[in-house]
Design a protein around this ligand. Structure first.
Ligand code: PRP
Ligand code: URA
Length: 208
C-alpha cells in the first residue's frame, strides 16, 4: 500500500486558512497556492537519492551532493498549474510536462484533452500535481497515462484530499505515494470536498 503523508505543518496550515477562506481574492489565492506548493516540496523530496560530486570551495576541494535523478513536474490542468511555480522555485532543474483533464460535472468522469511530457519521463521521478484529490478520477487517469509512457517513480502532490479520494488512488495505484497539505472530512453529493476550498480552478483563474 502506498505511503500517505499529510503535512499538517503550522506554516502550511496558516496559508491554508487563507486559501480556504471564501473572502480571499484571486491574487492572494494564487500566491498562497504557489507558496504551499513550495513548502510541500521539502517533504516530498526528503528521501530523494543524491550522488556525490567533487567541487572546490574557496577554501579546498570537497565532496558535495546533487540530485541523482531528473525530476519532472506534471500539473493536471488547470488547477495543477497553480502549484507549479512554487515547486519549480525549489527544484529549478525540474522539467515540466502537462496533462489536460476536466471532470464532467454530471458524471464526475475525467476527460483527457491534452498530454505532453519530456522525452526522459520514464527514467525520471514524476510529481503529479493537482490541488484537489476528490473522487481521485482525475489523478488516477493522469497517473495511468504517465505510466503508459514508462514512468515507474511517481508521487502525487496536492493541497486537499478526502478519505474517498485517498482510498481510490491507493487502490488503483498502490505504488504511488500521496502528499497532501490537509485531509478533509468527505465529498458532498456534487463531488466537492467538505470543507475544502471550493472550485480551485475557478478561484485560481477568476472564472466564476
Ligand atoms: C478539479 C481539480 C481536479 C479535479 C479533482 O478540476 O483541479 O483536477 O477537479 O476531482 P476528482 O478527484 O473528482 O477527479 P476540474 O475538473 O474542475 O477542471 P479545471 O481545473 O480545469 O477547472
Ligand atoms: N475540484 C475542485 O476544484 N474542488 C473540489 O472540492 C473538488 C474537485
Amino acid at each position: 500500500m502506498s505511503k500517505v503523508v499529510i503535512l499538517n505543518h503550522p506554516l502550511i496550515n496558516h496559508k491554508m486558512a487563507k486559501i480556504r477562506d471564501k473572502r480571499t481574492g484571486t491574487k492572494e489565492f494564487r500566491e498562497s497556492v504557489s507558496e504551499v506548493g513550495g513548502l510541500i516540496t521539502y517533504e516530498i523530496t526528503r528521501d530523494f537519492s543524491t550522488k556525490p560530486i567533487t567541487i572546490e570551495t574557496p577554501i579546498c576541494e570537497t565532496t558535495a551532493y546533487e540530485l541523482e535523478k531528473q525530476v519532472v513536474i506534471v500539473p493536471i490542468l488547470r488547477a495543477g498549474l497553480g502549484m507549479v511555480e512554487g515547486i519549480h522555485n525549489i527544484i529549478p532543474t525540474a522539467k515540466i510536462g502537462h496533462i489536460g483533464l476536466y471532470r464532467d460535472e454530471e458524471t464526475l468522469q475525467p476527460h483527457v484533452y491534452y498530454a505532453k511530457f519530456p522525452k526522459d519521463i520514464a527514467q525520471s521521478t514524476v510529481l503529479v500535481v493537482d490541488p484537489m484529490l476528490a473522487t481521485a478520477g482525475s489523478a488516477a487517469k493522469a497517473i495511468e497515462i504517465i505510466k503508459q509512457k514508462g514512468a515507474t517513480d511517481i508521487r502525487y502532490v496536492g493541497l486537499v484530499g478526502c478519505p474517498e479520494g485517498i482510498e481510490r488512488l491507493q487502490r488503483e495505484h498502490p505504488d504511488v505515494s500521496i502528499y497532501l497539505a490537509a485531509l478533509d472530512s468527505h465529498l458532498n453529493e456534487q463531488g466537492y470536498i467538505v470543507p475544502g476550498l471550493g472550485d480551485c480552478g475557478d478561484r485560481l483563474f477568476g472564472t466564476k
